[in-house]
Design a protein around this ligand. Structure first.
Ligand code: ATP
Length: 335
C-alpha cells in the first residue's frame, strides 16, 4: 500500500529530532531512508509504526490517515535490527505468530517461508539457524499477515560483512515477490543504493532528496548529498558558461546552470591516470587493491590529493610519477 508521511516533526526534551520530514512511498516500492547516525531515521520509522507520536504532521497508509491509530491497527510489518524470534517456538510457529487461528494459517506460513527461501525449515528451532536465516524468518513473520507497509530498521547490522551481501539480496527478492511496500532504514550507503528502488537521503530531521539510486548519485541536490551518497573529491572552483576552473583544470559542468564561486565534486571513477605530462602531475601515494578494481591515491604537485578508482590490474606503485585527468562533466554547487 502507499505510504505518505507529511511534515512530521518531533522533539525530545527540547531537542528537535524531526523537522517536518515528508516521504512518499508508492505501492510496491522499496525505499531506503539513508542518513548518518542521529539524523532521526529510527524516530521517523517509529512514528510510522505508531510506537511514537508526532508533535506535528500526518502518516497515511493506503490513503487512510493513521496518525491517531495504535500500532496494531496500522497494518505494519516490522523487521527489527536483530531477528528477535521467540526462542522457544519453532520457525513455523514464529511465522504464524501474528496470524489469526484456523483458516489457512499453515498454508500462509509455508508460503512465507517459501518467499524467504526457507521451505522445509518450519520445524527447526531458531538457535538451529544462522544469523542470516533468522533474519529471513523475521521477514517471513513480518510478511505473513499481509501488512500494508513493511518497515526494516537496519536489519543487517548484526550480520557479518560477507553474509550481509547475500542476505540483503534474499530480503530484496522476498519483498519484491511479496509485492510489498517497504521502508528500509540504514546508514550504509552501499546497502541503500544496491537494494532499494529509491533512496531518501535524510539529514538533520528532514528528507532532503529522494530518487532512484542512480539519479541521486548523478544529480545530488547539494554538496552534502553528493558526498553522502558516494565518494567525491571536492575542490574550490569558479564557474562560467558551463565550465568550472579549479585545481584540476577547466572542467565541463554536468548541469548547465550555475555560475560564480562554488565547489566542484569529482567522482572517483571520473579520474584517468595518464603519463605525468598528459595530465595534472603528481606522485602515487597509495595503491589499494580490491581484486575487481583498485583505488589509487595521488598527491598532485599543486597540493590536491585525489583518490581514483581504476581497474584492478593497476600498473602503478607508490612513488611513481603520474598525471591525472578528469573524464566527463563534474558536479558544481554554488556557494
Ligand atoms: P542511528 O542510526 O544512530 O540509530 P538515527 O538516525 O536512527 O540514528 P534516531 O534514533 O532517530 O536517529 O535519534 C535521533 C536523535 O533523537 C538522537 O540524538 C537520539 O538521542 C534522540 N532520541 C531518540 N529517541 C529518543 C527518546 N525517546 N528520548 C530522547 N531522545 C531521543
Amino acid at each position: 500500500m502507499r505510504l505518505k508521511v507529511d511534515g512530521v516533526s518531533k522533539e525530545f526534551g527540547g531537542t528537535r529530532v524531526l523537522a517536518g520530514a515528508s516521504l512518499s512511498v508508492a505501492d510496491g516500492e522499496l525505499a531506503a531512508v539513508l542518513g548518518p547516525s542521529g539524523c532521526g531515521k529510527t524516530t521517523l520509522l517509529r512514528i510510522v509504526a505508531g510506537f511514537e507520536s508526532a508533535d506535528a504532521g500526518t502518516v497515511a497508509i493506503g490513503g487512510v490517515d493513521v496518525t491517531g491509530l495504535p500500532p496494531e491497527r496500522r497494518r505494519i510489518g516490522i523487521v527489527p535490527q536483530e531477528a528477535a524470534l521467540f526462542p522457544h517456538l519453532t520457525v513455523a510457529r514464529n511465522v504464524a505468530f501474528g496470524l489469526p487461528r484456523g483458516g489457512r494459517r499453515d498454508e500462509r506460513v509455508a508460503e512465507c517461508l517459501n518467499l524467504v527461501g526457507l521451505s522445509g525449515y518450519g520445524e527447526r528451532m531458531p538457535h538451529e539457524l544462522s544469523g542470516g536465516q533468522q533474519q529471513r524468518v523475521a521477514l517471513a513473520r513480518a510478511l505473513a499477515p499481509r501488512p500494508g507497509v513493511v518497515l526494516l530498521d537496519e536489519p543487517f547490522n548484526a550480520l557479518d560483512r560477507s553474509l550481509r551481501v547475500s542476505v540483503r539480496e534474499d530480503v530484496r527478492d522476498a519483498l519484491k515477490k511479496a509485492d510489498a511496500t517497504a521502508v528500509l532504514v540504514t546508514h550504509d550507503q552501499e546497502e541503500a543504493m544496491s537494494m532499494a528502488d529509491t533512496v531518501a537521503v535524510m539529514r538533520e530531521g528532514l528528507i532532503v532528496q529522494k530518487g532512484d539510486p542512480a539519479s541521486v548519485y548523478a544529480a545530488p541536490h547539494d554538496l552534502g548529498v553528493a558526498t553522502f551518497v558516494g565518494e567525491a573529491v571536492v575542490l574550490d572552483a569558479s564557474a562560467e558558461r558551463g565550465v568550472a576552473s579549479c585545481a584540476l583544470g577547466s572542467l565541463p559542468l554536468r548541469s548547465g546552470g550555475g555560475g560564480g564561486r562554488g565547489r566542484v565534486a569529482v567522482r572517483p571513477e571520473q579520474f584517468v591516470v595518464t603519463p605525468p605530462e598528459a595530465g595534472v602531475a603528481g606522485l602515487v601515494e597509495r595503491v589499494e587493491f580490491f581484486g575487481h578494481d583498485a583505488a589509487l591515491t595521488v598527491a598532485l604537485d599543486n597540493g590536491v590529493v585525489i583518490r581514483a578508482r581504476t581497474r584492478g590490474d593497476v600498473p602503478h606503485r607508490p612513488g611513481d610519477r603520474v598525471g591525472v585527468g578528469v573524464e566527463g562533466p563534474v558536479l558544481f554547487f554554488e556557494l
